[in-house]
Write a protein that binds this ligand. Structure first.
Ligand code: SF4
Length: 460
C-alpha cells in the first residue's frame, strides 16, 4: 500500500498554486475576524467558554453513565439505538437499516462522522446513490473530492470553478458564476432528491442525556428537508457529543455559530426527540477510537471539540496549506491531535504542522489546550513513532554543540565564515526547505558575545 504523504509534501502540492494559497489564507482570516467581532459582542464570552469546558469535563468523567441514560431515554421515546465500536460496524448498521427497510434512495446532510467512517464509499460500493445535500458537500461530491474544512467543505474552490462544476453536472450556463444563480440551480436539483429519498442520514451536534433527544445544526435547513420528507431518519453520533441537560444546550449554541462563522446563531437548530407517526428513527452511537482517546490523559480534552472549525480558520499553517495537506477527515490543529490517536504511523507528521503559536487554543470555544497537546504528541512521536533518523541526528548534534560553549563559539565562527564565502546554492537548495521562502539576514562580522566582551565587560 502506498504510504500517505507527509504533511509537508501535501502542503507543498497545495502551495504550488500560490494565488490560491494566498486567497485561501485571506478568506479564512476574514472568517476568523468575523468570529472575533461576534465574540466581542458577548460580555460573558470567557465565562461561556469556561462553562462549556467544565460541562464537557463532567461529560467525559461520566461518559458511561450519561450514555446509558441517553440510550434509555431515547429508546423510551421510540428511537432504535445502535452501538458501533468502529467505522465498519457503523457502516454495516446503516446498510442493514437500508436493506431491512428496502430503501433505494437516500439523502445525507453534513456529517463529519460519516466522512470519518467512509460511509459514502461503503454504500456506493453496495450500489447506493448517496446524495450529500449540504451545498458545499454536494459541490465536492460532484468534484470527487473530500471536504477541505469541517464547516465550509468547499472553501478551497473559487466561484468560477463552482460555476464550471455546476455547468458539467447540473447544466447551468457555461461561464455563469453568479452565486445566486448557482444556488438556485442547486436548490432545484436537491429538491428533487429530497422528494425522492426514502431515508435521510444526519449527524448529531448535541445529544441530550436528560431527554434522549438530539440537536442538528445546519445553515441551509437541509437536515430538516431530508428528515421531514423521508420515512426513515438515521442519525449518526460520536459518543463524545453528549451534554447532560437540555439547559446546557444554550451554552454551546451561543458559542458554536459565533466561533464557526461569526453568526450569532446557526440558521437551523433542529431538535429531534422521537419518530413521527408511522416513521422510523435510528440513532447509531459510534466509538471508533474515542474511548481510547478518553484513556489518554494528555489528550482526552480533545474529545470536548464541538467541531466549530475556529482553530482551522486561525491557524497560519492550515490557512496556507489547506485541509487537504492533513490527509485526515478532521484537518487543522484539532485534527492533528485526533488523527495520530487513530493511526500514529499515518499521521505522525501532523503534530509538527504547527507553529505552536497557541492561537488555536485562544479561539477554541471549549478551551481545549490544543497547542499543548500538539507539543505533547511531538514528544510521544519522537519516542514511539516512526523513526525520524535525520531529525534525531540533527537534534543530537545540535544538543552537543549547544551544551559546550567553546564548541558553540567555534561552530558559529566557522558558519559565519563559510556563509560569507559560499556560493548562494550552498544555502538555498532543495535540501533547505526553510530557505525556499526566506532569506537569511546578512552575516554579522562579530557575535553579540564578542561585542559584549569588547564594550561592556568591565570586569575584564
Ligand atoms: S478544537 Fe475547539 S476551535 Fe477547533 S474545531 Fe474543536 S471546538 Fe472548534
Amino acid at each position: 500500500m502506498k504510504a500517505a504523504p507527509t504533511h509537508a509534501a501535501a502542503a507543498a502540492e497545495f502551495l504550488k498554486d500560490s494565488e490560491r494559497s494566498h486567497w485561501h489564507d485571506e478568506t479564512l482570516w476574514h472568517v476568523r475576524s468575523k468570529r472575533d467581532v461576534s465574540a466581542q459582542k458577548i460580555p460573558e464570552w470567557e465565562q461561556l467558554r469556561t462553562l462549556a469546558s467544565q460541562i464537557k469535563d463532567h461529560v467525559l468523567s461520566n461518559l458511561d453513565n450519561l450514555l446509558l441514560q441517553f440510550e434509555k431515554k431515547a429508546q423510551a421515546n421510540g428511537i432504535e439505538v445502535l452501538w458501533a465500536k468502529d467505522a465498519q460496524e457503523h457502516n454495516e448498521h446503516v446498510l442493514r437499516i437500508l436493506e431491512e427497510n428496502q430503501v433505494k434512495q437516500l439523502v445525507k446532510s453534513k456529517s463529519i462522522l460519516t466522512e470519518e467512517c467512509g460511509l459514502n464509499h461503503f454504500l456506493e460500493d453496495k450500489g447506493y446513490d448517496v446524495v450529500d445535500t449540504d451545498l458545499g458537500e454536494r459541490i465536492i461530491q460532484f468534484n470527487k473530492q473530500v471536504p477541505s474544512h469541517i464547516v465550509m467543505p468547499a472553501i478551497h474552490l473559487k466561484k468560477k470553478e463552482i460555476g464550471d462544476i455546476f455547468h458539467e453536472h447540473l447544466g447551468t450556463d457555461a461561464g455563469a458564476d453568479d452565486p445566486k444563480y448557482l444556488t438556485e440551480a442547486a436548490r432545484q436539483h436537491l429538491r428533487q432528491k429530497f422528494i425522492q429519498a426514502h431515508a435521510a442520514i444526519t449527524g448529531v451536534n448535541f445529544g441530550i442525556a436528560e431527554t434522549g433527544g438530539f440537536v442538528v445544526c445546519t445553515n441551509e435547513g437541509n437536515a430538516d428537508m431530508g428528515t421531514h420528507l423521508a420515512d426513515i431518519h438515521i442519525a449518526c453520533m460520536g459518543i463524545e457529543k453528549l451534554i447532560p441537560r437540555a439547559a446546557d444546550l444554550g451554552v454551546y449554541l451561543r458559542l458554536l455559530a459565533r466561533s464557526a462563522t461569526g453568526q450569532s446563531i446557526t440558521n437551523y437548530t433542529s431538535h429531534f426527540h422521537r419518530p413521527r407517526k408511522g416513521k422510523k428513527m435510528y440513532l447509531i452511537l459510534v466509538d471508533n477510537g474515542r474511548t481510547k482517546q478518553l484513556g489518554r490523559e494528555d489528550f482526552r480534552n480533545s474529545l470536548k471539540c464541538i467541531r466549530c472549525g475556529a482553530c482551522m480558520n486561525t491557524c497560519p499553517i492550515y490557512r496556507r496549506s489547506s485541509g487537504f495537506s492533513y490527509n485526515s477527515t478532521v484537518p487543522g490543529p484539532i485534527g492533528s491531535i485526533l488523527s495520530p490517536g487513530m493511526d500514529l504511523n499515518k499521521h505522525s507528521t501532523l503534530p509538527f504542522a504547527s507553529t505552536l503559536c497557541g492561537s488555536c487554543s485562544d479561539v477554541c470555544p471549549v478551551k481545549i489546550n490544543i497547542h499543548e497537546q500538539l507539543y505533547k504528541w511531538r514528544q510521544v512521536i519522537t519516542k514511539e513513532g516512526p523513526p525520524q533518523v535525520s531529525k534525531r541526528w540533527a537534534m543530537r548534534f545540535g544538543g552537543q554543540v549547544m551544551s559546550k560553549p567553546r564548541l558553540f563559539e567555534l561552530m558559529g565562527k566557522m558558519a559565519r565564515k563559510s556563509l560569507s564565502i559560499s556560493p548562494r546554492g550552498f544555502v538555498y537548495n532543495s535540501f533547505n526547505a526553510w530557505g525556499k521562502h526566506r532569506e537569511l539576514p546578512e552575516v554579522p562580522k562579530e557575535t553579540f558575545k564578542d561585542w559584549y566582551r569588547k564594550n561592556r565587560n568591565h570586569d575584564k
